[in-house]
Design a protein around this ligand. Structure first.
Ligand code: GMT
Length: 375
């Protein structure tokens, strides 16, 4: 099949899911065309059936805001015609589903069909999409997609609660690729980060307010009062400065490493003993699933779809948003008990196997086939 994928090319979860899916589809022999404003970060090599087409938005002084959706929908039309694309899969509704609809209409004018599959990821519904400034356009573009998927049951419910949706929403959870990452435990160089008696705790996110990274450092501070440990903070974003200042003020900055945006996430997870994700909202929590695949138990909030990934008392523990004391107490209990920690590590990896890429790719293929019939 010839499939075009539109996504955000950044480190965000939706871009990661879109890229990993494209890579897997290409490996199965499908021809994949990524269409976005920059080469996706996890798309390191292009090949005969893996292509990237850049969307350019020329600056023009008249515009206060450059019209990206317009450039994207034009590019989609051109690429669909040039490469005979059969299906368009857009990740993150804003503005991708909207641009996809415009491209579909333009192509219809030329008697060319373009079935659209829209995957909802989280903030496109819960934080941004439902804002009155965007709501009508988001609702319209979801209802005019040929097939709609969401990454969790929780996100599906949020979508139905927040919008007037006439389309069926199919839940296809996010996934991890065990063949790529989970087998290199012998290469984990924990010595570069911590001494042998120290536990290693990690957090990966975009450091936006929704991730509550101040909770992460406060939980760690309480852990550090009881256990020798290091905290690795992976990512960049608006709350990073505040968290760094807090660590310096509390005198724990020697134990907290902020390593910025990184392609080394799996190396960090490889030597981590615990992953902390105390988010305000989280439709799925791909970062938690990636940690679990790497045998890292998760302490998280119980918001959104996190309980569909992190299993209470088995792969980790879940708490109400903001329950720093509860999260710290359970972290300490786990980290102090070698046998219990080992059990949770094994459980985490076993649970992650339920989200193995191979099962999920086939579900997307089935959706593409449905979309071809529906259009
Ligand atoms: O977490 C983010 O803010 C990034 C965002 C995105 O769209 O890139 O992530 C959302 O999509 C991920 C992939 O489906 C989910 O795992 C995240 O839970 C979701 N984030 C939120 O709902 C806050």
């Amino acid at each position: 099949m010839k499939i075009a994928i539109v996504c955000y090319p950044t480190f965000g979860g939706s871009g990661v899911v879109a890229t990993e899916l494209g890579l897997a589809l290409a490996q199965q022999g499908n021809e994949i065309h990524f269409i976005t404003y920059k080469q996706p970060v996890r798309l390191d090599a292009l090949s005969e059936n893996l292509h990237f087409h850049e969307v350019n938005v020329p600056d023009y002084p008249l515009f206060q805001f450059q019209p990206y959706e317009l450039a994207l929908s034009s590019k989609l039309v051109d690429m669909v015609k040039l490469h005979k694309i059969e299906v368009l899969h857009v990740h993150y509704a804003i503005p991708h589903a909207y641009a996809a609809y415009m491209a579909k209409k333009m192509l219809q004018d030329q008697r060319i069909k373009l079935p659209i599959v829209t995957t909802l990821h989280g903030t496109d519904i819960t934080l941004v999409g439902s804002h009155p400034f965007y709501k009508s356009a988001v609702e319209f573009s979801i209802n005019h997609s040929d097939c709609v998927t969401s990454v969790s049951e929780s996100l599906k419910q949020d979508t139905l609660d927040l919008f007037n949706i006439r389309k069926e929403i199919q839940v296809i959870p996010n996934f991890v690729d065990f063949t790529k990452h989970s087998n290199h435990s012998e290469e984990c160089e924990r010595g570069v980060i911590a001494q042998s008696h120290e536990r290693i705790i990690s957090h990966v996110s975009n450091f936006r307010p929704v991730k509550r990274i101040m909770d992460v450092v406060k939980i760690f501070e309480k852990i550090l009062n009881e256990i020798p440990a290091k905290l690795i903070m992976v990512g960049e974003g608006p709350d990073k400065e505040k968290a760094m200042e807090y660590c310096a003020k509390q005198g724990i900055d020697d134990s907290v490493k902020f390593i910025g945006k990184s392609n080394q996430v799996f190396e960090v997870l490889c030597y981590s003993d615990l992953f902390i994700l105390p988010s305000e909202t989280e439709s799925f929590g791909l970062a938690a699933l990636e940690a679990m695949m790497m045998k890292v138990p998760v302490i998280s909030s119980n918001t959104g779809g996190l309980s569909e990934v992190n299993v209470e008392g088995k792969t980790g523990f879940l708490f109400d948003v903001g329950d720093i004391n509860g999260m710290a107490k359970k972290s300490i209990e786990l980290l102090k008990n070698d046998d219990l920690l080992e059990q949770f590590k094994t459980n985490a990896q076993n649970e992650a196997r339920k989200f193995d890429l191979n099962q999920i790719v086939d579900r997307y293929i089935a959706i593409y086939q449905d979309a071809l019939v529906l259009d």
